[in-house]
Design a binder for this molecule. Structure first.
Ligand SMILES: [Zn+2]
Length: 365
């Protein structure tokens, strides 16, 4: 007897935890290493709520065989590559088709979680499809410290480049919002967690220079876990370099706008992410310096709910405005239009303002 494949509606109706069971051979566990103790309740739930339940109960032998199969499938979890190639990903309600997410700008229609987007997707969201140009930024010599941890840094770079098709995690582009030409930076989390090394520093400096030479505001969509430990002090020095570059942009009378996306952490938060003339954030984005567990261990206190999420960070004064992805381009456009009135250094073909400028004027002032 064959087990019937559950359809999408059935899958959606399954309890949240069951999003972790393998669907069509793909498992949605975030982290490998689940042991039997953790598997037991999941197996129990499979018995209780799996759409295959009726079929399974018809024959004890089949039940046994299939439980074993499910257990094996859970242990032999799909690799990150398998999940990346799959048509599915997971969110609050369990498996969700990537196509369905994409149609909603990679925002979950159920819980409004803003999923990570690639640099070209970000530029499309900001400037429109095909309405921007990207630049080739200088790439310094790889692996200056000849670093090896669990594997050589050179190998990590090689596989990150193969995976993303990029030379480094940062991409610089130029496009228009509200007819205002903008220089923008976005990062690819799939490139070693979008951590910062000399190459990303060069990309940032390139963008700052491009903004100054062309009298364009600079927009940075931040993402990444921090500085690349494989480049040690060289990566840490990018905090200073990016800060000096931002000072130059500001000295040229140009706005420097930051959009914090999930996750923005470590040295990124400690440098260019917090220096915006205006700091925007996507809902629910992790914005942190040190990790929550490290802080909890140090202060020995329970951390407040929503700690290090953009809504919390806004309350503590580090974020000016939280913007839904669908509103990002229009909000940035309006903010720049307001700033444009104040500052003649920005190049613009037209100066447009929209009706909801009042609230944004407050943010811009
Ligand atoms: Zn969701």
């Amino acid at each position: 007897m064959k087990i019937k494949k559950p359809n999408l509606d059935e899958l959606k109706s399954i309890n949240k935890d069951l999003s972790k069971i393998p669907v069509f051979g793909i498992s949605f566990f975030d982290k490998p290493g689940q042991n039997d103790q953790q598997l037991k309740p999941i197996i129990r739930q499979i018995d209780e709520t799996c759409p295959c339940e009726n079929v399974l109960k018809e024959n004890d032998l089949i039940l046994k065989v299939n439980k074993k199969k499910i257990k094996t499938a859970i242990r032999e979890r799909a690799t990150k590559e398998d999940i990346a190639k799959s048509d599915w990903t997971s969110c609050c309600k369990g498996p969700i088709l990537k196509k369905e997410l994409e149609e909603n700008l990679w925002v979950c229609p159920e819980c409004n979680r803003h999923h990570k987007v690639k640099p070209h997707q970000r530029f499309e969201l900001l400037f429109g499809k095909g309405n921007y140009e990207t630049f080739k930024t200088p790439i310094p010599k790889d692996d200056p410290l000849n670093w090896t941890d669990s594997k050589p840094y050179k190998e990590r770079l090689k596989s990150a480049r193969k995976k993303t098709g990029l030379d480094c995690s940062m991409v610089v582009a130029s496009g228009s919002i509200n007819n205002i030409k903008i220089t923008a930076i976005a990062s690819d989390f799939d490139f070693m967690g979008a951590s910062i090394g000399a190459a990303e520093g060069e990309a940032f400096l390139y963008a700052a220079q491009h903004a100054i030479e062309n009298k364009q505001p600079l927009l940075v969509v931040t993402q990444g876990g921090g500085m690349k430990m494989q480049e040690s002090l060289i990566s840490l020095s990018q905090m200073t370099r990016t800060t000096l570059a931002i000072n130059e942009v500001k000295a040229a009378g140009l706005p420097y706008i930051v959009l914090l996306s999930d996750p923005t952490a470590g040295g990124i938060t400690a440098s260019y992410a917090m220096l915006g003339s205006i700091i925007l954030a996507e809902p629910g984005a992790l914005v942190a310096f040190a990790g929550a567990r490290v802080i909890q261990g140090t202060v020995k206190q329970e951390l407040p709910e929503g700690f290090q999420r953009s809504e919390y960070v806004q309350k503590t004064g580090f974020v000016d405005l939280i913007v839904n992805r669908k509103d990002t381009a229009s909000t940035i456009g309006t903010l720049l239009s307001i700033l444009l009135k104040k500052n003649s250094a920005i190049s613009s073909e037209e100066n447009e303002t929209s009706e909801d400028t009042q609230q944004l004027s407050k943010v811009a002032s």
